[in-house]
Write a protein that binds this ligand. Structure first.
Ligand code: OGA
Ligand code: MN
Length: 286
């Protein structure tokens, strides 16, 4: 097993591992260690199907079920695709399933709108368009480190409310039903800075679901989050991944933000399957 750096501050490619084959505890411990340290692992040339993806994902912890509005809602898979899974036909641009996926193009951390936010996501490239459709990642540990001390002090203990109604409203206000907004996925409090329990490194925890700062006036909170976002996604903290079929990326949702980028979904096919590993508890005690 070998590791090759992808970016100066985060991300490594892992060579010499077939994730579909049994991995003993010692080999997996090296993978887990690299995940904690680098925040993103790329495995190329993997011949994954849903079952092998689930089995490897479960080595990181129990999996989440996907939010009901995703095209694969209620299963273990979040599907980022323009293909109707039953017919294999391209889904039209104005179909709600495509509109729902548009919010992926905003910087976010998967499941930060849940009481227990996710640990990590595993995204495997099954069908890749010949151009476009990169996924971009940003290192929120490096972003935190770069903040002025006064901002770090302000962030100490600060809590923000995350909500999927907020992020989806940015692309289409009618996308979610009242029941989904208030019963299935009401706003949830999250610490704005998270500390990795293994490395002790701090990371900004913001993104598209982050709607307001608890205890602050609405506009002041929004302006602060916007200002933090601008720092967080400076080019030197970002890595853009150009997918090849057979790629699998595992990323740490506690320490990175990510977003989808456009591709021509009328001309080209794209099928990405994501499994999401649940976190080990809420970030804020209530
Ligand atoms: C995701 C996601 C980005 C992409 O699967 O969580 O944001 O490029 N995907 O499909
Ligand atoms: Mn995502």
């Amino acid at each position: 097993m070998e590791f090759r750096k992808l970016h100066p501050t985060f991300g490594v490619e892992v060579l010499g591992v077939d994730v579909g084959r049994p991995l003993d505890a010692e080999r997996f411990a090296r993978i887990r260690g690299a995940f904690e340290e680098h925040g993103l692992l790329l495995f190329r040339g993997q011949d994954l199907d849903d079952e092998t993806q689930v089995r490897f994902s479960e080595r990181f912890g129990p999996l989440e079920k996907t939010f009901s509005q995703n095209p694969a809602g209620g299963t273990l898979f979040a599907r980022q695709s323009n293909l109707d899974i039953r017919t294999g036909e391209t889904i039209p641009l104005e179909d709600p399933r495509m509109i729902y996926q548009r919010a992926n193009m905003l910087w976010h951390s998967d499941s930060s709108f849940k009481r227990v936010p996710s640990l990590c996501s595993l995204l495997s490239a099954r069908i890749v368009p010949p151009e476009g459709g990169n996924t971009d990642f940003a290192d929120m540990r490096a972003a935190y480190d770069a903040l002025p001390q006064a901002t770090k002090d302000r962030l100490e203990g600060l809590v923000a409310e995350h909500s999927i109604a907020h992020s989806r409203a940015l692309v289409c206000p009618e996308l979610l039903t009242e029941h989904q907004k208030t019963v299935e996925a009401p706003p949830m409090p999250q610490l704005m800075v998270r500390t990795n329990p293994v490395t002790g490194r701090k990371a900004l925890f913001i993104g598209a679901h982050c709607a307001r700062v608890v205890g602050w006036p609405e506009d002041e909170g929004r302006a602060f989050v916007r200002h933090l976002m601008e720092t967080a996604i400076r080019p030197e903290f970002c890595y853009s991944h150009q997918w090849r079929e057979g790629d699998l990326i595992v990323w740490d949702n506690r320490s990175l933000l990510h977003k989808a980028t456009p591709y021509d979904s009328v001309r080209y096919k794209r099928l990405m399957q994501r499994t999401t590993v649940a976190g080990d508890g809420p970030t804020v005690m209530q």
